[in-house]
Design a binder for this molecule. Structure first.
Ligand code: TUI
Length: 313
């Protein structure tokens, strides 16, 4: 039996990525109702807004779901205190070290799944009592680390004994099989869920993901120390120009302010931040979350047969 399914009481070991703005109660509930684990993204929201989202999600599903806390959010302390009261099944963390919250979350009976992008951080999280780690490769969308999913996953699997969830670039069943071959016990999927019926992002954002080709998910912000992957548009081009000109930090940062809201709510595909992973190029339809969750486990035998054929020497 898959350890992640056991820990969480879910059918499919598929976690929906905690995408700021995009991962609303509607999306999380739909993924959980489809047998995976939905996550509400706290993103940059204040604690009371996240609490309302949890209540909404509980109206939409009786299945377990989680909350992703982006640790660069200035309200992270308030959000964590609220979560210790609300007790979602899981708290996933991103973009930082959740050490100071770990004991409180565990004492509240919440499973803690830190997103990590290095071996050292994975080891630290296991030592602190994390229930699983989400190893996110640089193929992912949004704020990213440097190591590819292919190289990061097996190194994390060898370094810890808690379950490893593989993230970054997993848009179809072949990639899922590869992740499990690398030793992962679950997958986290973000970009493909943008193109779901239940995602309430503006249709222009969804269409941009559908249209994206192999080189369209580009990284900006390397020079400021917070690299972000998003679909190439006027915003990313202006970022690139400012970075090349060594513009002041504040000027570069100011460009991005409100970018996710512009993309998600207004459908501004020119100056919005269309955060998405490299797998955007492989997403070709909008469909129900339940179908996306299940699709990763379709045709396992056929894929494994192909592996055997391709590897028979
Ligand atoms: O967090 C993410 N992805 C995100 S957060 C986000 S919101 C945002 N908006 C505007 C600018 C920047 C961010 C959009 N996408 N993924 C999880 C993730 N965590 N990737 C990498 C890390 C990470 C990085 C460093 C985890 C731990 C870490 O530790 C550093 C330390 O404290 O030692």
């Amino acid at each position: 039996m898959n350890r992640l399914c056991e820990i969480l009481g879910i059918k499919y070991p598929v976690i929906q990525g905690g995408m700021a703005w995009v991962a609303t109660a509607e999306l999380a509930a739909a993924v959980s109702n489809g047998g995976g684990l939905g996550l509400i993204a706290a993103g940059g929201a204040p604690a009371d807004v996240v609490r309302d989202q949890i209540h909404k999600c509980r109206e939409l599903t009786d299945k377990p779901f989680g909350v992703n806390v982006m640790l660069m959010n200035p309200s992270a302390d308030d959000i964590m205190n609220m979560l210790m009261e609300e007790k979602p099944a899981v708290v996933a963390t991103g973009a930082g070290n959740p050490a100071k919250y770990m004991d409180g979350l565990k004492a509240a009976g919440i499973k803690v799944f830190p997103v990590i992008a290095s071996v050292a951080m994975a080891k630290k999280m296991e030592k602190l009592g994390a229930d699983a780690v989400i190893a996110e490769g640089t193929e992912a969308g949004g704020h990213i680390g440097e190591i590819t999913t292919m190289c990061l996953t097996p190194q994390i699997v060898d370094a810890v004994s808690i379950p490893v969830v593989c993230a970054g670039g997993i848009a179809d069943a072949r990639a899922a099989v590869a992740a499990f071959a690398l030793g992962a016990e679950g997958i986290q999927v973000g970009t493909r869920f943008i193109c779901s019926d239940e995602c309430i992002a503006h249709d222009n954002y969804k269409q941009a993901v559908l249209k994206a080709k192999d080189r369209d998910a580009v990284v900006t912000g390397r020079s400021t120390g917070a690299p972000v992957r998003a679909l190439k548009n006027q915003l990313t081009k202006e970022y690139e120009r400012l970075e090349k000109e060594n513009a002041p930090f504040e000027e570069i940062e100011a460009l991005g302010v409100g970018g996710l809201r512009r993309a998600f709510a207004e459908g501004d595909v020119k100056m919005g931040s269309l955060m998405a992973g490299q797998s955007a190029a492989m997403v070709d339809r909008i469909e129900p979350c339940a179908d996306i969750v299940k699709s990763y486990f379709d045709e396992i035998d056929k894929i494994l047969q192909k592996v055997k054929n391709n590897m028979s020497i």
